[in-house]
Write a protein that binds this ligand. Structure first.
Ligand code: IPE
Ligand code: IPE
Ligand code: MG
Ligand code: MG
Ligand code: MG
Length: 359
C-alpha cells in the first residue's frame, strides 16, 4: 500500500491515534519489529510517532495500569496497514472533498482501534493461538493473556469514546482554538455512524463471524461442529457469509461511515458501502491465501489456519479458485465505483492492491 496516494497522510492517522491513547513509554525493544523465528526482520510500514506527538495522558503511566497502556499502544502501533482508517477517510473525501476529512477522522480512528482490538483477541490461545503479529510477538505473548484481554476491551471501549466525542482533535487547546471535530458533524449522521459501527463490530458482524469461525475449527474446547480439514460440510456460501461478518463488516462500515460523515447522497453511500463489502470479501480471501501460501516474513504472521483446522477459502474452494474469486471481488469493488470519476482512483488502486497483496 506504500505507493497509494492517500488524501490523508498515514502519519496523521498515527498522530490522531496517539492523541487518543493513554501515554505509554514502550520499552525500546518493543518499538522495533522483532526478527521472526527464522531470524528475518519483517518490513514495517509505520512506526510509533515521536515524542512531539502529544497524547491524551498527561504523563507516562507509572502506576498499575502501565502494562495495560503499553499493551494498548503495542496493539495499535508498529506495522498495521491502516487500511480501514484510510478507507473511511477516502470515502469521506470522495463525497465531501478535503474539508470532509477531519469530519471522518474520529470514525476512522475508532474503526482502527476496533480492528486493533480484534487482532489482539483473535491471536489469544483460546482463539487462533497465534504467536506473531506484524513481525513481532503477538500482544499476549508480549504482555500476558490477562493484560492482552484487557487491552482489547479498553481499545473497543475507547473506540466509541473517540467516535462520539472530541478526543482526537481537541487536545489541550481551548475549544475556541480547536473546534471539536464532531461539532461539525450533524448529530443525526453521527448517531447513525455510531449505530452502524456497533453493528459491524458486534454479534451481527465481526464478533459473530469470529464465533462461526471458531465453531467450525478444531480450536480446543471451542469447536462445536465438524468442519475439520477435508470436511466439506462448510459450503462456499457459508464461508463467504462468515468472511463477510468477521472481516467484511468492519471494512464495509469504514467506507460507509466515511460516506455518511462526508455528507454523501444516499446513492453515494450505497455505492461506497457496496465497494467496502466487495473489498472486504477480496481481503479475507487473500488473507486465507496468504496463510496457506504466503511468506511469513512478508505477512509478519506465522500460518495458523491449518493447525487450527480452520475452514478457509483455499480449503473450501481450492487455491486457483480462491485467487479467481479474490480477483472477481476486487473487480466488483471497482465496478461499484462506476458513478465516481477520477476522485475515486485511489480506491480503485486499493481494490487492486487487496487482491494482489503479499502482506
Ligand atoms: C488482518 O487485517 C486481519 C484480518 C481481518 C484478515 P490486516 O491485514 O488489515 O491487519 P494490519 O492492521 O495490516 O496488521
Ligand atoms: C480475521 O481472520 C480476524 C479478525 C476478524 C480479527 P484471521 O484470523 O484469519 O486473521 P489473521 O490471519 O489472524 O490476521
Ligand atoms: Mg481468526
Ligand atoms: Mg487469526
Ligand atoms: Mg488469516
Amino acid at each position: 500500500m506504500n505507493d497509494i496516494a492517500w488524501r490523508f497522510a498515514p502519519s496523521l492517522i498515527d498522530e490522531a491515534l496517539r492523541r487518543a491513547l493513554p501515554a505509554s513509554e514502550l520499552p525500546e525493544e518493543t518499538l522495533k519489529p522483532e526478527p521472526d523465528a527464522r531470524g528475518h526482520a519483517p518490513d514495517s510500514q509505520s512506526a510509533p510517532c515521536a515524542d512531539s506527538c502529544p497524547s491524551r495522558g498527561a504523563q507516562t503511566a507509572t502506576d498499575e495500569r502501565a502494562a495495560l497502556h503499553q499493551a494498548m499502544n503495542y496493539a495499535v502501533f508498529g506495522g498495521g496497514k491502516r487500511l480501514r482508517s484510510q478507507l473511511a477517510l477516502e470515502a469521506a473525501g470522495i463525497v465531501g472533498g478535503d474539508t470532509a476529512l477531519e469530519k471522518a477522522l474520529p470514525a476512522a480512528c475508532a474503526i482502527e482501534l476496533i480492528h486493533a482490538y480484534s487482532l489482539v483477541h483473535d491471536d489469544l490461545p483460546a482463539m487462533d493461538n497465534a504467536d506473531t503479529r506484524r513481525g513481532r510477538p503477538s500482544c499476549h505473548r508480549q504482555f500476558g493473556e490477562a493484560v492482552a484481554i484487557l487491552a482489547g476491551d479498553a481499545l473497543l471501549t475507547m473506540a466509541f469514546e473517540v467516535l462520539a466525542g472530541d478526543v482526537i482533535l481537541a487536545g489541550d487547546a481551548e475549544p475556541d482554538e480547536s473546534p471539536l471535530v464532531n461539532a461539525r458533524v450533524d448529530a443525526a449522521s453521527l448517531l447513525r455512524v455510531i449505530r452502524l459501527v456497533a453493528q459491524a463490530a458486534g454479534e451481527a458482524g465481526m464478533v459473530g463471524g469470529q464465533a462461526i469461525d471458531i465453531a467450525w475449527s478444531n480450536v480446543s474446547a471451542n469447536a462445536q461442529q465438524g468442519a475439520r480439514l477435508g470436511d466439506t460440510s462448510v459450503s462456499g456460501e457459508s464461508l463467504t457469509r462468515m468472511h463477510a461478518m468477521k472481516t467484511g463488516a468492519l471494512i464495509r462500515v469504514a467506507a460507509e461511515a466515511g460516506a455518511v460523515l462526508g455528507g454523501g447522497t444516499m446513492q453515494q453511500i450505497r455505492a461506497l458501502r457496496d465497494y467496502g463489502a466487495h473489498l472486504g470479501r477480496a481481503f479475507q480471501l487473500t488473507d486465507d491465501l496468504l496463510d496457506a501460501t504466503g511468506d511469513p516474513h512478508r505477512t509478519g504472521k506465522a500460518a495458523t489456519d491449518s493447525a487450527n483446522g480452520k475452514a478457509t477459502a483455499p480449503q473450501v474452494f481450492g487455491l486457483a479458485q480462491t485467487v479467481q474469486l479474490a480477483r472477481e471481488a476486487s473487480e466488483a469493488a471497482v465496478a461499484a465505483l462506476e458513478d465516481f470519476g477520477a476522485q475515486a482512483d485511489t480506491l480503485r488502486q486499493l481494490a487492486r492492491f487487496v487482491a494482489q497483496r503479499e502482506k
